[in-house]
Write a protein of this length. Structure first.
Length: 461
């Protein structure tokens, strides 16, 4: 019972269906009971009327042809409730014996309808005295009467037994159709990208739901304004900090030309590395703010993926050579991707940079580009430790870094990648580079070439 109450409280549709079904069931039971009892009572009254009609007929026969009464045996049309007819003298003896059971009727039995027990049977008996002082007795077995009346009464329940289930199914279907706009609204909102904060259309919705949708739209406006203010703050802060950071780097470079002790030079090198990390962090913050910006108009440009990969590899090659990492490019790199050159460069650079940083010395990083009739697939794989499955839900969060890797970084690279992927409508998936040893990381980017939405095949972001 508690489970049912909880389910009813959780669903307006289920609660409404249950309440209406209960009301229909109660009304159907009450109407069926009333119809059954009324029909049963009417059937008994009609049976009593038959007794009166047979008594009138018997009175006429006795008055005109008394000997014919001996051959009379009355049956109803269903032949399941035969009638017994007797003509008695004033003293109570049978004057004209008829076929059937003989009922001993007392001479003192008054005229009218009676229910008499004769042996182990019960009869409904009509006694009438005619002008010749003879008595007409018409009787019927009550078991047969009740069976016939019950049969008629049960017939009245058939419409209820047929129509009530149909009505319940119709009510459930009507309620389901009434809530269809709500389900469509839910599907419409679920299908949106995380960056899509445009108002939800309410013209096609019922009037009762529109205030709720308008409240959601007002909330979306406030959220969009808050996120835009946050992005502006990050971009402005990063931009304002770049100038003093660049000045500090320049001063450190000039200081490095001056004569100093070895200990001071070591400290200067540590300072310069810190300044480089800060400069990289500011650059990443600006890139993240740019990728998350919703004010940019959708780009319809296409970019040669091969040229971008070549430029990115020239940038990251010193880092790869320092760790003796072999970088390979396979597939058709002369394909056109439906993405701006800046966004594609940011994607490839961040993915390649991450792959090199987390791949041990002497490892391998591969970039591949393949085409299908519906999409172009860009894959960046490495021979590093990979990302644990429990960490994959968090690696797109800003400043989140997998612990225990021993690598320095801003924790913004994959956040930038995720923002660009969402903006261009691509799909990002993860898998192991080596499924046998469950090691390495393969990041797959899938870009639609026909404008149709893509379905993830592995573990999408």
């Amino acid at each position: 019972m508690e489970s049912l109450k909880r389910r009813l409280n959780d669903s307006i549709q289920l609660k409404l269906s249950f309440v209406l079904a209960s009301v229909v069931a109660v009304i159907a039971v009450a109407a069926g009971a009333f119809s059954f009892l009324s029909t049963l009572d009417d059937a008994h009254e009609r049976q009593d009327d038959v007794l009166y009609q047979v008594a009138d007929l018997t009175t006429h026969i006795v008055a005109t042809a008394p000997q014919a009464i001996q051959s009379i045996k009355l049956l109803d049309e269903d032949r399941d409730s035969s009638l017994i007819v007797q003509v008695l003298t004033e003293q109570g003896s049978v004057e004209f014996p008829t076929a059937g059971t003989h009922l001993p009727i007392s001479p003192s039995q008054p005229d009218g309808l009676h229910t008499l027990d004769v042996g182990d049977q019960t009869f409904r008996v009509l006694v009438r005295t005619i002008p010749s002082h003879q008595r007409i007795v018409v009787a019927q077995d009550t078991d047969l009467r009740n069976a016939a009346a019950l049969k008629d009464a049960l017939r009245t329940l058939m419409p209820f037994l047929i129509l009530v289930p149909i009505l319940l199914v119709a009510i459930a279907d009507i309620i389901r159709r009434m809530f269809r706009p709500t389900r469509k609204l839910s599907e419409q909102v679920d299908a949106r990208r995380e960056t899509d904060l445009s108002p939800v259309g309410s013209d096609h919705l019922p009037r009762e739901i529109r205030p709720f949708v308008r409240a959601i739209n007002r909330l979306l406006v406030r959220v969009a304004e808050s996120m835009e203010a946050q992005r502006r703050f990050i971009a402005d802060a990063a931009h304002e900090l770049r100038s003093p950071a660049a000045a500090l780097s320049l001063q450190a470079e000039r200081l490095g030309r001056a004569a100093m002790s070895d200990e001071a030079r070591d400290r200067l090198q540590a300072l310069r590395r810190g300044l480089d990390r800060n400069q990289h962090l500011l650059t990443q913050l600006l890139a993240l703010a740019k990728a998350q910006s919703t004010s940019d108009a959708p780009s319809h440009s296409v970019t040669k993926v091969g040229a971008v990969i070549h430029d990115v590899l020239e940038t990251v090659l010193p880092l790869a050579e320092a760790k003796h990492i072999d970088i390979g490019v396979t597939g058709d790199d002369d394909l056109d991707l439906p993405i701006s050159e800046l966004d594609l460069t940011t994607l490839v650079r961040n993915l390649t940079d991450n792959a090199i940083r987390y791949t041990p010395e002497g490892g391998r990083v591969d970039l591949s580009v393949t085409a299908t009739p519906e999409a172009i697939v860009l894959c960046v794989s490495d021979s590093g430790p990979g990302v644990p499955a429990e960490e994959r839900d968090h690696i797109f969060e800003p400043f989140y870094r997998v612990l225990g890797t021993g690598q320095a970084g801003s924790g913004l690279g994959l956040s930038i990648v995720a923002a660009i992927v969402q903006k261009v409508g691509a799909i990002i998936e993860f898998s192991h580079s080596d499924e046998t040893t469950q090691s390495g990381l393969c990041v797959t980017l899938t870009f639609s070439t026909n404008g149709l939405p893509l379905e993830p095949t592995n573990e999408p972001y």
